[in-house]
Design a protein around this ligand. Structure first.
Ligand SMILES: C[S@@+](CC[C@H](N)C(=O)[O-])C[C@H]1O[C@@H](n2cnc3c(N)ncnc32)[C@H](O)[C@@H]1O
Length: 350
C-alpha cells in the first residue's frame, strides 16, 4: 500500500491567485463548460444506440451497452455520464437515473438536437461569420435533416393539437403543409383522421425523403405526398397542391424577413391569391419576446447567424398582415405547451 502519510505536502496560499480562481468559479463558467459537454454526451448516448437499450428499463450489462462501439470511448462515456448523474452503475451494468430519464426525454433531446446538431455547425463558425470570412448558405449550412427531425418532434407534442383543432374548425379535408420538414404534422394529422389527405412541400430534399419514409412507416403514405418545392413561390407549387382546402405553414415564413417586411408582404399577397375560392390559410410562427424564457435568446442567435429573418411577436405579425390582401380572423395558440407559437388564421379581404 502506498500512502502520503510520510510525504510532506507544501500548500502555498496566495490571496491574489486564490481570488482569481474564486472569481472563475463564481462566474458560473465551470457549469457552462459542463453543460456544453453534457449536451454532446447525451446526443452521443442517443445516436450510439445505448440510450435505446437503457430505455428498455432496469440494469443493462456494460458488455451489452458497448457492443459494436469503440470500447474505451464507450466505457469512458458511461463513466462520465455516471459522474454527471445521468446513469447509475451497479453489478456490472448501468441504468438511467430519474434525472437521466428526464434529460433523455423526447422533447428534451429534440430541443438539444435542434441547437447542437441542427444549428451547432453554424454557431461554431460564429467568429468566421462575424469577420465575414464565411457566409451562411455559401460556406456553412445548418443541418437540414436534423432540423426537420427535431422540429418535428417538438411540433408533435406542442403544435399538432392546435393545428388539429384549427383544421377541424375549418372543416379541412386536404391540407397543404408549406415547409413541412420531416412531415410529422401531416403524418400525425392523417393518423388521427382517416378521411384526411395532404401534400407537404419543403425546399430541402433530406427532410422530404424523411417525410416519405415517415408516411410509409405510419401506414399513411397512400394519403400523403411530399415534394421538393419553394413555399414562397406559389406559381411553382406542384399540381397536387391545387386541391388542398387549407394551406398551412409552420415556422417557415419568418425566414423571408431577412429580405425585409415587404418581402413577406409580397409572399402573403401571393398566398392571398392561392387562398381564393374558400381556401383557408393557417400560418404558424414562433413568437419571440426577448424575455429569455425557453432559450428565447438562443433562438434569436441562431436566426441571426443563419441569415434568416428574425421571428417576431403577434403584434408584429398583425402589422405585417394588415399590409396584405389578407385579414386575420383568429389567432390559435397554446397556453403553456411548447416554444411560444401563434397560428394566424387568414382569409382574403373582401
Ligand atoms: C423550422 S423548420 C419547420 C419544419 C416544420 N414545419 C415543423 O414545424 O416542424 C423550417 C422548414 O422550412 C423549410 N424551408 C425553408 N425555406 C423554405 C422554402 N423557401 N420553401 C420550402 N421550405 C422551406 C426548411 O427546409 C425547414 O424544413
Amino acid at each position: 500500500m502506498r500512502g502520503t502519510g510520510t510525504v510532506e505536502t507544501v500548500a502555498l496560499f496566495d490571496e491574489d491567485r486564490a481570488t482569481q480562481w474564486e472569481d472563475y468559479h463564481l462566474s458560473g463558467m465551470p457549469e457552462l463548460i459542463g453543460s456544453v459537454h453534457l449536451g454532446y454526451a447525451l446526443l452521443g448516448l442517443a445516436s450510439s444506440g445505448m440510450l435505446d437499450r437503457l430505455r428498455a428499463g432496469g440494469r443493462v450489462p456494460s458488455a451489452e451497452l458497448l457492443a459494436e462501439l469503440a470500447p474505451a470511448v464507450g466505457a469512458g462515456l458511461l463513466r462520465y455520464l455516471t459522474v454527471r448523474g445521468v446513469l447509475d452503475e451497479f453489478a456490472g451494468g448501468f441504468r438511467l437515473t430519474r434525472r437521466g430519464e428526464l434529460l433523455t426525454g423526447q422533447i428534451a433531446l429534440a430541443r438539444l438536437g435542434f441547437y447542437l446538431e441542427a444549428y451547432g455547425p453554424v454557431v461554431r463558425r460564429l467568429p468566421d461569420l462575424l469577420s465575414g470570412a464565411v457566409r451562411y448558405g455559401v460556406d456553412v449550412e445548418r443541418g437540414h435533416g436534423s432540423l426537420g427531425r427535431h422540429s418535428g418532434t417538438v411540433s408533435s407534442v406542442s403544435y399538432t393539437p392546435i393545428v388539429a383543432a384549427a383544421l377541424e374548425a375549418l372543416g379541412a379535408r386536404r391540407v397543404l403543409d408549406l415547409g413541412c420538414g420531416g412531415g410529422s404534422l401531416l403524418v400525425e394529422l392523417c393518423q388521427a383522421d382517416r378521411g384526411l389527405t395532404g401534400v407537404g412541400i419543403d425546399i430541402a430534399p433530406e427532410p422530404i425523403a424523411a417525410a416519405r419514409r415517415a408516411a410509409e412507416q405510419a401506414g399513411v403514405a397512400d394519403r400523403l405526398e411530399f415534394v421538393v418545392a419553394d413555399a414562397f413561390d406559389p406559381g411553382t407549387w406542384p399540381d397536387a397542391t391545387d386541391t388542398a382546402d387549407v394551406v398551412c405553414g409552420v415556422g417557415v415564413l419568418h425566414e423571408r424577413f431577412r429580405d425585409g417586411d415587404d418581402a413577406v408582404v409580397q409572399i402573403l399577397d401571393g398566398y392571398a391569391k392561392a387562398a381564393t375560392g374558400g381556401r383557408a390559410l393557417l400560418i404558424g410562427e414562433p413568437e419571440i419576446r426577448y424575455d429569455d424564457r425557453e432559450n428565447d435568446s438562443d433562438f434569436y442567435l441562431v436566426h441571426v447567424l443563419t441569415a434568416q429573418g428574425i421571428p417576431r411577436d403577434r403584434a408584429g405579425w398583425l402589422d405585417v398582415i394588415a399590409r396584405t390582401g389578407l385579414t386575420c380572423r383568429r389567432i390559435w395558440t397554446s397556453a403553456v405547451v411548447g416554444p411560444r407559437t401563434c397560428f394566424y388564421e387568414l382569409e382574403p379581404k373582401d
